[in-house]
Write a protein that binds this ligand. Structure first.
Ligand SMILES: Cc1cc2nc3c(=O)[nH]c(=O)nc-3n(C[C@H](O)[C@H](O)[C@H](O)COP(=O)(O)OP(=O)(O)OC[C@H]3O[C@@H](n4cnc5c(N)ncnc54)[C@H](O)[C@@H]3O)c2cc1C
Length: 396
């Protein structure tokens, strides 16, 4: 092997950029990171951006700037194939990138569970562009209702932000030409309770909070059809003048040839070193790492931990030292809701109200990818929440 091994990283989210920056900083590898998106995006802030609580300024950092500041190469390309025999990553433009080590950190996508209509017409929330689209939809006079599908933490948080934005539109003085907002927000969840994976205390917090806001929560319900302006629920209810937002789960779709065992949503089963095989690692949402008998949940801080752990193991392997098993440090979960409240369990400690929300924003700002991004997030958070005139919201 050469003095500086070639490392190709597929995906520049939390895991991929954490690995790239660590490897480049230690000058132990020639690092190339591929991502078709031009910006590294802060997914945990998308509900706030959709609800116009935060501007899009804190939502991402350009990859070229990150790569230049840390000293690695960035290609704005998707990886379409991993040739494990020849140890090459093939990008969408046909370039073959030879590697000594590769890291699959391509994250997850929205899962539609073969609901083709939902895939076509329901709005996902996986990028800043999706969040800004959601914001625009709330302002459209064409929609009387906002339907959020999926009662996990993203669906709960999004429903509260869209509701808040809708209220802001409704409260601002009428003006000629200003669109009238939709009249209600509905959250549907297939399981018998929202936040099904969480403890009853959190489920109770979320349900009480949503109902106090006036968000209608329908559990044991799915969506059977979606059109651009309507949706049909599994109990036969037809919702007209409705725009549908889809947060009902994730799936992992790796490049061809990744050839690995997968968990339910397609996460790639890794060993204790986060390896898929010789020289090939996975990290973040793409990786299915079992801890305490269950796969680790998708979470930004775990993705960062895994990116760092993989980078350290690549540095060890390059130096001919034995690899170290990845030992996750699981902090817990925070369910933030619009209006600066939330519910959490952190290292066994229950938290609710403002402290839970403050912790969520502090942790997210701490994970910002650049100083400029962190400053933009903090600036927005310090701005009084209700200060923006509704007419300016779509532009921020
Ligand atoms: C709306 C929302 C809210 C969330 N809130 C929280 C929260 O409050 N707290 C928390 O801890 N987690 C939260 N999460 C989850 C968290 O964002 C993810 O767990 C985290 O982003 C995973 O990081 P990652 O690096 O694995 O993947 P990602 O951050 O998804 O990055 C993957 C990158 O890979 C790129 N990519 C995809 N395919 C390819 C390919 N073929 N070739 C090259 N590049 C590719 C993508 O463009 C993307 O940039 C939230 C997620 C969402 C969507």
């Amino acid at each position: 092997m050469k003095a500086h091994p070639r490392v190709v990283i597929v995906g520049g989210g939390f895991a991929g950029t954490a690995a790239a920056s660590r490897l480049a900083r230690r000058s132990v590898a020639e690092v190339t990171l591929l991502d078709p998106k031009a910006r590294c995006e802060m997914l945990p802030l998308l509900p706030d951006i959709a609800g116009a609580r935060l501007s899009s300024a804190g939502g991402g950092t350009p990859h070229h700037a990150l790569a230049a500041s840390h000293g690695y190469r960035y290609l704005q390309q998707a990886a379409i194939e991993i040739d494990r025999d020849a140890k090459r990553v093939i990008s969408a433009d046909g370039t073959a990138l030879p590697y000594d080590f590769a890291i699959l950190a391509h994250g997850a996508r929205t899962a539609y569970y073969d609901n083709r209509a939902a895939e076509l017409y329901a709005r996902p929330l996986r990028s800043v562009a999706d969040a800004l689209q959601a914001r625009k939809r709330v302002a459209r006079p064409a929609y009387r209702r906002l339907l959020v599908v999926g009662g996990g933490y993203t669906g709960v948080e999004l429903a509260t932000h869209l509701h808040r934005l809708h209220r802001l539109y409704a409260q601002s003085p009428p003006s000629v030409g200003r669109p009238q907002p939709p009249s209600s927000v509905i959250l549907v969840e297939l399981a018998d309770e929202i936040l099904g994976a969480q403890e009853p205390r959190m489920q109770h917090f979320a349900r009480t909070h949503l109902e106090a806001l006036g968000v209608e929560v329908r559990t044991g319900t799915s969506v059977t059809d979606v059109t651009p302006r309507a949706a049909v629920l599994s109990d036969g209810t037809r919702l007209d003048d409705t725009v549908t937002f889809w947060t009902a789960g994730i799936q992992v779709i790796p490049p061809r040839g990744a050839a690995a065992r997968t968990t339910g949503p397609g996460r790639l089963v890794v060993d204790e070193y986060l390896r898929l095989g010789a020289g090939l690692f996975a990290a973040g949402d793409a990786a299915g790492f079992t801890h305490g008998g269950a796969p680790l949940p998708p979470a930004s801080y775990l993705a960062v931990q895994q990116g760092i752990a993989v980078a350290a193991n690549i540095a060890r392997a390059a130096a001919g030292r034995p690899l170290k098993p990845y030992r996750p440090l699981v902090h817990g979960i925070i369910i933030p809701v619009a209006g600066g409240s939330g519910c959490a369990r952190i290292h066994g400690l229950p938290l609710s109200g403002r402290p839970a929300a403050a912790l969520h924003y502090a942790a997210t700002a701490a994970r910002a990818h650049s100083r400029a991004q962190r400053a933009a997030i903090i600036r927005d958070l310090l701005r009084p929440p209700l200060s923006a005139p509704a007419g300016q919201m779509a532009a921020r």
